[in-house]
Design a protein around this ligand. Structure first.
Ligand SMILES: [Zn+2]
Length: 99
């Protein structure tokens, strides 16, 4: 999903470069309270960043549906994951996976 976001970010409007990082970090919930306030104040006067934030929101929805259509290993049913783990653990080195 991160790669997908990065690719998509290249194709959308650029905000002030100094705030692009903050905006994407805000989307990931990684901003401190001070950074959030600073960004909020900046966005009140910067239409480019407001537009960028809107696009990030859309992107997040897209990324979520993208992730849902391509389940990651973590979302594997527990029994499948167990069998997979067992298969990996019990495989002798000389019968190991494709070499
Ligand atoms: Zn800005």
């Amino acid at each position: 999903v991160i790669t997908f976001c990065r690719d998509a970010l290249r194709s959308i409007a650029a905000p002030c470069s100094a705030h692009a990082v903050h905006l994407s970090r805000r989307m990931d919930g990684q901003l401190s309270a001070g950074e959030r306030v600073g960004l909020w104040v900046h966005m009140r006067g910067c239409s480019a960043c407001r537009a960028f934030a809107r696009q990030l929101e859309k992107l997040r929805v897209l990324a979520r549906s993208e992730a849902a259509s391509h389940p990651r290993p973590q979302t594997m049913p527990p029994d499948v994951r167990e069998r997979l783990a067992a298969a990996v653990t019990h495989t002798a080195p000389d019968q190991g996976p494709l070499q």
